[in-house]
Design a protein around this ligand. Structure first.
Ligand code: PGA
Length: 254
């Protein structure tokens, strides 16, 4: 598939996989995906598996991501993990503001913006998640919610750093539910997001920013989703936990 922007497909393993299980998964992916050059492939294991997975991806085309990061660089923040600790394991990407963290840890947009600043400060790339709930969609508030999340989470970002940022559009009602947004719903949200990015930065910058779709992406719907002009990749949860399903998503997307 010939796209304006290089596809980026990331697996968000969430709170799954011990280090040993993670190693088995990543070794399987390495074998299956060794020849893929058309897409950036990222795996995001839990913190406890980063070390094992980082060694395994060292000589491969797979890149490593983390699922969260502190906005602070060091200090008395019990249970938190900072950029320097992630860089030790060659982490390149950090998922920020996932809807599960927005919901369960009550992460507000301003905190996500601080974290994005810290991620860029360490020359890592944030994957900033936005998305509406079912009630918001049914109340015709999707665009207002997306615009508020984007403006808040990207506050203070320069255009130079904006192009090093990945946005993930993840409708909350589609995450882990088996309900995928239709290709039209995805494309229309992505086009809207790109429009907001053009307002925040400028057109040329907005055209360079990659926007992933996330929410029940599977091998059988990946191709159609990726064929949309403003869909530049996927953030995959459940289907990234097995070699076959994640590898098939990538092969069907390119
Ligand atoms: P899902 O999760 O693919 O299991 O719906 C996506 C995500 O939360 O990133």
């Amino acid at each position: 598939m010939n796209k304006e922007r290089k596809l980026i497909i990331a697996g968000n393993w969430k709170m799954n996989k011990t280090a040993a299980e993670a190693l088995a998964l990543v070794n399987g992916l390495k074998l299956e995906l060794a020849n893929v050059k058309e897409a950036d492939i990222v795996v995001c294991p839990p913190f406890t598996a980063l070390e094992a997975v980082s060694k395994a991806v060292l000589d491969s085309n797979l890149r490593l991501g983390a699922q969260n990061m502190s906005e602070h660089n060091f200090g008395a923040y019990t249970g938190e993990v900072c950029a320097g600790m992630l860089k030790e394991f060659s982490v390149r990407y950090v998922i920020l503001g996932h809807s599960e963290r927005r919901q369960y840890q009550k992460e507000p947009d301003a905190l996500i913006a601080s974290k994005a600043k810290a991620v860029h400060g360490a020359a890592l790339k944030p994957i900033v998640c936005v998305g509406e709930t079912l009630a918001e969609r049914e109340g015709n508030r999707t665009e207002a919610v997306l615009e508020k999340q984007l403006r808040g989470s990207l506050a203070g970002l320069s255009a130079d750093l904006a192009v090093e940022t990945i946005i993930a559009y993840e409708p909350v009602w589609a995450i882990g539910t088996g309900k995928t947004a239709t290709t039209q719903q995805a494309q229309s949200a992505h086009a809207f997001i790109r429009g907001v990015l053009a307002q925040l930065f400028e057109d040329a910058t907005a055209r360079k920013i990659r926007i992933q779709y996330g929410g029940s992406v599977k091998a059988n719907n990946a191709k159609e989703l990726m064929s949309q002009p403003d869909v530049d990749g996927a953030l995959v949860g459940g289907a990234s936990l097995e070699v076959r399903s994640f590898a098939d998503i990538i092969k069907n997307s390119i």
